[in-house]
Design a protein around this ligand. Structure first.
Ligand SMILES: Cc1cc2nc3c(=O)[nH]c(=O)nc-3n(C[C@H](O)[C@H](O)[C@H](O)COP(=O)(O)OP(=O)(O)OC[C@H]3O[C@@H](n4cnc5c(N)ncnc54)[C@H](O)[C@@H]3O)c2cc1C
Ligand code: SF4
Ligand code: SF4
Ligand code: SF4
Length: 400
């Protein structure tokens, strides 16, 4: 066997590079018992060519990347206020995608599909469809469309592709192998990991019950009702809307507690400071822009192609700090309690019950963590606007 079905010590991130590159179309992505997309090989189609293994990070760590700490950093916002409010940070992913479409390129980014409540990569060359890509969907996306993206590149098209660092690293390697890297502008986002779809199904059940619906019209993971920092989940169905704060929703709590993330996220080497992308985008967290309530993007230009793409845009430019200062506010290391993660995932695999898995790890956490969560939940009784004002008052005291 020469394909990605062979065992290694590294888990599959579901990046989709193997499926995109396979000449036999023998690899697909499917959800596993714990609610994560993994690559599956259809043995009767495979001709044992080994191409999938050669691009997969489970078999060899990608090398040749650029270091963020040695790359230019920008603090940027779209000049269009509505775009900034619709997007998760400063709307730079949107501006990049729009410029590529104006130049006749294809764009491949992530939409939310309300038919099956999944995030999925989708290709478009239409300005009208671009708003579907706006905003982070804090889920693992189905990357099946990356195969079509490479097919278009083979036919001579230029493409802008957006994704998490594992997805972009896998695609960069696949494109390099096929001699297509020059056709792609690759933009990755800072990534702290992806949660299980079993958690999302649990959250969707709660929201659908509240909205008396079987299907959402729209889901926004970062609705900036009062503040860019507040992580407000919004779902709409007909005339009704659901708003879920970070303090009250199990989805946000589990996402930020960093235990029930994908196995591959636990010791991920792709979301560190080394990257194969042209650009890396994120929230400009930290004290520098803590007073901003609309959203500021941190943008690292890793290659000349990335730098050139930024130069084509008409953006609002703010004063950036040093890369080290910006990176300090990000979650870049591996998560520490591997045994807790493995135990909780085992419970999830066996029971498929998110409440049981959460109970398992919370009953084993330290008293500091329990107190932190209790305080966060207690702050939920304050109105959103007041919480945002308190945070700002607190940060301006610290900055003096
Ligand atoms: C799972 C996840 C974890 C993240 N963790 C961090 C973090 O720890 N720190 C940080 O600073 N930023 C993180 N981000 C990125 C951040 O939320 C913003 O997406 C980023 O700053 C770009 O914002 P924007 O305003 O420029 O564009 P936006 O309009 O927000 O554009 C989002 C772009 O990301 C793509 N995208 C959306 N959802 C997904 C997805 N599920 N998988 C892959 N690509 C997707 C879209 O195609 C679009 O191009 C994370 C995003 C995701 C999806
Ligand atoms: S890590 Fe990526 S390339 Fe490797 S098997 Fe999983 S989906 Fe395929
Ligand atoms: S070995 Fe070749 S044919 Fe088989 S799954 Fe991998 S890429 Fe496809
Ligand atoms: S943490 Fe790493 S493996 Fe997990 S989604 Fe992000 S880039 Fe991929």
């Amino acid at each position: 066997m020469n394909h990605i079905g062979e065992q290694t010590n590294s888990p599959c991130s579901g990046c989709g590079a193997c499926a995109a590159v396979c000449p036999q179309n023998a690899i697909s992505l499917a959800l596993d018992d714990a609610g994560f997309f993994r690559a599956v090989v259809q043995e009767d189609r495979c001709v044992d060519c080994g191409l999938c293994q050669s691009v997969c990070p489970r078999f060899s760590t990608p090398n040749g990347g650029k270091d963020l700490r040695e790359s230019p950093l920008y603090a940027l916002q779209s000049k269009n206020e509505a775009t900034v409010l619709r997007c998760s940070s400063g709307g730079i992913a949107h501006e990049l995608a729009a410029d590529c479409i104006r130049q006749g390129w294809h764009v491949c980014g992530v939409v939310y599909n309300p038919q099956n409540d999944r995030a999925e990569h989708r290709l478009t060359s239409s300005m009208k469809e671009l708003s579907g890509l706006d905003g982070s969907k804090y889920l693992q996306s189905d990357t099946s469309a990356l195969r079509q993206a490479l097919e278009l590149a083979r036919e001579g098209a230029n493409l802008a592709v957006f994704g998490t660092p594992c997805q972009i690293a896998g695609l960069a390697r696949a494109a390099e192998k096929l001699g297509l890297r020059d056709r792609l502008l690759l933009t990755e986002i800072f990534c702290h990991g992806v949660p299980s779809y079993l958690l999302w199904e649990h959250q969707c059940g709660r929201m659908k019950q509240k909205l008396h619906t079987e299907r959402f019209d729209r889901v926004q993971f970062r609705y900036k009702k009062n503040d860019w920092h507040s992580y407000c989940l919004r779902a709409d169905a007909g005339e009704r809307s659901f708003f879920g704060a970070r303090e009250t929703e199990l989805f946000w709590q589990v996402f930020f507690e960093n235990v029930l993330l994908n196995d591959a996220c636990f010791a991920c080497e792709m979301r560190t400071t080394v990257s194969l992308a042209d650009l890396r985008l994120g929230d400009y967290w930290g004290r520098r822009y803590q007073q901003h309530s609309d959203g500021v993007s941190a943008v690292f230009a890793l290659t000349e192609r990335g730098e050139e793409a930024l130069r084509c845009l008409d953006l609002r430019s703010l004063e950036p700090g040093t890369p080290e200062e910006m990176l300090q506010a990000q979650n870049m290391d591996g998560y520490h309690d591997r045994a807790l993660h493995d135990g909780a995932m085992e419970v999830l695999r066996q029971t498929r019950d998110i409440a049981a898995a959460v109970k398992y790890y919370r009953s084993r956490e330290g008293s500091r963590q329990t107190l932190k969560r209790a305080l966060l939940q207690a702050s939920a009784i304050l109105p959103d606007g007041l919480r945002a004002r308190l945070r700002k008052a607190n940060s301006s005291r610290k900055l003096k």
